[in-house]
Design a protein around this ligand. Structure first.
Ligand code: GLA
Length: 381
């Protein structure tokens, strides 16, 4: 049964009538442009066919009552008395979004509903952004304000940064808000302008979940952010976005060895991401794949956010004839990689790379072909 039907049926069983609205918001995978978003740079993600879903109806009072099928829990929230609890739960994704929207002047009405999702949690496919954007859509349905993808993404990012305490950039929320079917979106993380491009003809994107999850990621992420900000200060620029590879190469010797590596990743990754757009516009899968391979090497050696499991699965993928290029995706240290492959060879690629990875690591991976889908939307009515 589709998740749309699952949330609808549970809603009917719980509330005794059909839901007034069904909304969904997707997770994402990033083709290229990693750890560039918080440097005001460029990213190139696509919204995937896995999402958070909510079936809901308005409530007369200023509260939200939600049932999570995945957590098997029901929780309530008072919109006129939002407090950040000491111990966060899944309800805080909704509370954080309510708080951020209220802060921005949106007048929110209450609702009740049923939630379910199929973005694997903690795998680097942005299950949190999916839940946040689905919540924003739910509030929009009952409160009747205009949907502006960039404004919603910024509010959800604020919820993540301030309410949930995770210092992420804008990529995950922006692609979950603004994704398009059959398109990846080049996002300028400074202006939030987007430029949609289709994948090269005859290619498919395969998600390679290593099955590993790392807790360390938050502190390492914040440390990388600080290193990037320090490097930008050294160059007297607002963000690493503001220096091109040539100028960087000429001036990098003045940076310490570690900052130089960190900054070099960001500067070259921005460059690769813009070249990836050209490759996509030319429908050149081989060039796009090569840029993805270079991106992974830079993340592994200069930014140092890969892991043995990610390197193993990427190596298995890159050694395969059907593969144009593979790399880790998301924050790193575990979770998922992705590969651009020949669509006709995708099914056998999945078999071979699974076997190769199991032989190399003993871990059980999960590999699947994904497709680019629309961002947060109201699917019913
Ligand atoms: C996480 C963050 C994003 C981005 C990526 C790395 O997914 O949430 O904002 O920084 O890591 O590209």
């Amino acid at each position: 049964m589709s998740l749309a039907n699952t949330v609808r049926e549970h809603f009917v069983a719980e509330f005794g009538e059909a839901p007034a609205f069904i909304v969904r918001a997707p997770g994402r995978v990033n083709l290229i442009g990693e750890h560039t978003d918080y440097n005001d740079g460029f990213v190139f993600p696509l919204a995937i066919d896995r999402a958070a879903w909510i079936a809901l109806r308005p409530r007369a009072d200023a509260s939200v009552f939600a049932i999570s099928l995945d957590m098997n829990e029901r929780r309530q929230l008072a919109l006129d008395d939002l407090r950040r609890p000491a111990e966060l739960t899944w309800m805080d994704y909704l509370a954080g979004v309510a708080w951020a929207l209220t802060e921005r002047g949106y007048a929110l009405r209450g609702w009740e509903g049923v939630l379910a999702g199929d973005v694997p949690i903690g795998s680097g496919l942005s299950s949190s952004a999916a839940l946040e954007l689905a919540a924003a859509r739910a509030f929009q349905c009952v409160s009747g304000f205009q949907w502006d993808a960039a404004a919603m993404a910024l509010a959800c990012q604020a919820a993540e940064n301030e309410w949930l305490g995770v210092k992420c950039g804008i990529m995950d929320q922006m692609i979950s808000a603004a994704g398009l079917p059959n398109r990846a979106l080049l996002i300028d993380c400074r202006s939030l302008e987007t430029d949609a491009a289709p994948l090269p003809e005859g290619t498919a994107v395969v998600i390679l979940d290593t099955g590993t999850r790392r807790g360390l990621v938050d502190s390492a992420y914040n440390e990388r952010r600080e290193q990037c900000e320090a490097a930008a200060r050294h160059f007297g620029i607002t963000a690493l976005r503001d220096i091109d590879s040539q100028t960087f190469a000429a001036r990098a010797h003045k940076l310490g060895a570690l900052s130089r590596k960190r900054a070099r990743h960001v500067v070259t990754e921005n460059d690769r991401t813009l070249r990836a757009r050209d490759a996509m516009n030319d429908g050149d899968a081989a060039r796009l794949g090569q840029l993805m391979i270079e991106s992974h090497i830079s993340l592994r050696d200069d930014f140092e956010v890969s892991s043995p499991a990610l390197d193993a699965i990427v190596d298995c993928a890159n050694a395969d004839d059907a593969c144009y290029g593979a790399r880790m995706t998301g924050a790193g240290f575990g979770g998922c990689a992705l590969a651009l492959v020949n669509a006709d060879g995708a099914a056998s690629f999945v078999e071979r790379v699974s076997a190769c990875y199991i032989a190399a690591t003993g871990n059980q991976p999960t590999l699947y072909v994904t497709r680019a889908c629309r961002g947060a939307e109201t699917v019913y009515p």
